[in-house]
Design a protein around this ligand. Structure first.
Ligand code: EPU
Length: 420
């Protein structure tokens, strides 16, 4: 296993270019299963998660070539079975269910199970498939979904924590080839859903309303091959923006979509960062002194759960009390005890973390528990005095393309080493 060794206390300075969005890429890669014609996707980030999704497409029978951020897929003949080993390793692989059901009228997919950030049920995905006429059975840890023909219907996908991103993606993909009109109510509004709708429409689908809570899909008989460029990763953008503020640096972030990040940019400003935006370029610097801020994670366009841990790392440096409330995933505070190892004073009270900020952090060995927690530990390590060793960075490699290289170009002292 590999670790990052970070010598902290140096401001990040310079330019960084953002990669394509992991969470847009995964469902869009799955959508290539909806047609037997070739598809080409550009701007796919080279990550263990996207490589894994490419493997899943192959295991389902597609021809796949993934090189230099371009993925060419031809799913001429496919099979409708994704086993436990595939789904267990990456929960995002559940988004092959919609395309398989639409194309083959049957799918047998392992239930993903929980993970370190929470329970992660798929009841809303299944509810959506059932609304379209699929018969669902659960047996031996597998979901069997089948139907003679999917028929458009109105379906409500709101859950306890709001909408579901991959659930909306799955139902939208299934509905694209259903007979008649499907209306998805309480649909997720995330930019990744909009990017998927754009790709599906370029394949010949008829989808309107993506980006709003009501999505309408007029089913078509067939979809054709298409080319698409994936949107920039808003969470990678948020991570570099927060790191710039945390290290008292000045970073110009290129190839980003500030319009996808309003809630994060608003909080950064409240916390004392100074931001300048020009088209797809954003410059972030600390500006004034850091200030405490309260953050509550919410579905888009609220503050994203995927940038909660990183903002917590920043707020440990801001004098005063910040209250961070997690409303999407109940256990997404695994980074708290590791941040405490660096000297942060944080207490968990139900769904909230109370951060008593302003104490300087000092380097220590810490353990990454999931993707975004790892990013938070890297930010804290960059801001801390002395050396921080972030262990288990395979979590980070799932979702950040060449993060260590990008940070080195910004002047960080960060090295990838074998864990001892
Ligand atoms: N939920 C249900 N039932 C369902 C589906 C979800 O109750 O059938 C609940 C979840 O338990 C959670 C909430 O709804 O409390 C939202 O979950 P959602 O379904 O939106 O999450 P997801 O689609 O499985 C995607 C991202 C996550 C990101 C969430 C929320 C991908 C591959 N994953 O997951 O990304 O945190 O949306 O924005 O797109 C990450 O990148 O680090 C990551 C975890």
């Amino acid at each position: 296993m590999e670790s990052f060794l970070i010598k902290g206390g140096r401001p990040l300075r310079g330019e960084v270019t953002i990669s394509g969005s992991k969470n847009a890429a995964l469902p869009i890669m799955a959508a290539t299963l909806l047609t037997e014609e070739p598809c080409v996707l550009r701007g796919i980030p080279e990550l263990s998660d996207t490589r894994f999704m490419a493997q899943i497409l192959k295991s389902l029978g597609a021809d796949v070539k993934f090189e230099g951020g371009t993925l060419a897929v031809r799913a001429k003949k496919i099979r409708g079975y994704a086993d436990y080993d595939l789904v267990r390793k990456m929960r995002g692989s559940i988004c092959v269910a919609g395309p398989l059901l639409a194309r083959l009228h049957k799918a047998r997919i392992s239930l993903p199970g929980g993970c370190v950030i929470g329970a992660r049920p798929i009841n809303l995905h299944l509810k959506g498939f059932e609304s379209l006429g699929a018969k669902i059975e659960i047996e031996g840890g597998y979901v069997h979904a089948q139907t003679k023909r999917l028929i458009g219907a109105t379906t409500f996908l709101g859950g306890r924590q709001g909408s579901t991103v991959l659930g909306t993606a799955n139902v939208m993909m299934a509905a694209a080839l259903a007979e008649g009109v499907t209306v998805i109510e309480s649909a997720a509004c995330e930019p990744e859903v909009v990017d998927l709708a754009h790709f599906l429409n370029s394949m010949g689908a008829r989808i309107s309303g993506a980006g709003s809570p009501t999505i309408t899909v007029e089913g078509v008989d067939k979809l054709h091959g298409a080319e698409h460029v994936i949107i920039p990763d808003r969470i990678e953008t948020a991570t570099f923006a927060i790191a710039a503020a945390a290290t008292n640096g000045e970073v110009t972030i290129k190839n980003c979509r500030p319009d996808h990040l309003r809630a994060v940019l608003d909080k950064l400003t409240e916390a004392g960062a100074s931001l300048q935006q020009r088209g797809g370029t954003l410059t972030v610097r600390r500006g004034r002194k850091l200030m405490a801020a309260d953050v509550t994670t919410l579905p888009y366009s609220g503050y994203p759960t995927d940038a909660q841990a990183q903002m917590m790392a920043l707020l440990t440096l801001a004098p005063g009390i910040s209250i961070i409330t997690e409303r999407i995933f109940e256990s997404r505070f695994m980074h708290v005890s590791e941040l405490a190892r660096l000297g942060a004073d944080i207490e968990i009270e139900g769904p909230s973390a109370i951060v008593k900020g302003g104490r300087p952090l000092s380097g220590a060995p810490v353990m990454a528990s999931d993707l975004r927690a790892s990013a938070a530990l890297v930010i804290a390590g960059l801001a801390a005095g002395g050396q921080t060793q972030v262990n288990r960075i395979y979590h980070l490699d799932r979702g950040y393309e060449k993060m260590d290289e990008k940070l080195r170009k910004l002047g960080a002292k960060i090295q990838r080493v074998e864990e001892k």
